[in-house]
Write a protein that binds this ligand. Structure first.
Ligand code: IMP
Length: 205
């Protein structure tokens, strides 16, 4: 068991990159699954919290260390909150990020401006080697653009304009995105728990 390792329980490269940057100042070695070893993840459901906890729990159990996972998605008003927790699979199998974004734009093509109101949601879960769980949720409100813009980030970033900005999420630098994103907000709320849980673990040997 390694008390000094925190595994990022995600196979999504974009998420992993962001989580690593957001955890840069935590005094624990942050490693990816490539470095820590393979994990058998359970089938994902349709709830952010349950998905995030189960992913982190699987990694913590199987690798015997700390694990953090995020479950996230894009909720679009005109689509009744879809794709939500199913964002990674929206449009069916075989689509890449650009094709999924195009599919979503198509679904909104003839809809009103109001239907473009949207938000990114992220629930991050931290599980200790002993199975203790903490979680936090972050949201980033905005709207869906009519066409993709920008080359940074991942997923739906090129078609999402955060409230208060006139650029897409994919036109922001990674540090700008981290300051306002759903993942940034969730991780900022979870960070004190990481420190607290670690200290408790240290006290108990
Ligand atoms: P998960 O792995 O089931 O949590 O899927 C999350 C999916 O939501 C990703 O594959 C993206 O399609 C989308 N998503 C989540 N966070 C972001 C983000 O920060 N930018 C763009 N798309 C995101």
């Amino acid at each position: 068991m390694s008390r000094n390792r925190l595994v990022l329980a995600s196979s999504n490269a974009g998420k992993r990159r962001e989580l690593k940057a957001l955890l840069a100042d935590v005094s624990i070695e942050v490693v990816s699954l490539d470095e820590a070893g393979p994990v058998q993840f359970p089938e994902e459901g349709e709830e952010y919290l349950a998905n995030a906890v189960e992913k982190a729990r699987a990694a913590a159990n199987q690798l015997g260390c700390w694990a953090i996972a995020d479950d996230s998605g894009l909720e679009v008003e005109g689509l009744g909150g879809a794709p939500g927790p199913l964002s990674a699979r929206y449009g069916g199998p075989g689509l890449d990020d650009a094709a999924r974004a195009a599919y979503l734009l198509e679904a909104l093509a003839l809809r009103s401006n109001a239907s473009r109101k949207a938000r990114f949601v992220c629930v991050a879960a931290l599980v200790s080697p002993e199975g203790q769980v903490k979680s936090a949720r972050g949201e980033c409100p905005g709207r869906i653009l009519v066409a993709p813009k920008g080359i940074h980030g991942f997923g739906y970033d090129p078609i999402f304009e955060p409230d208060g900005f006139s650029v897409s999420m994919a036109e922001l630098s990674s540090s700008e995105k981290d300051l306002l994103s759903h993942r940034g907000v969730a991780l900022a709320a979870l960070r004190p728990e990481i420190v607290k849980m670690q200290n408790q673990g240290d006290d108990g040997g």
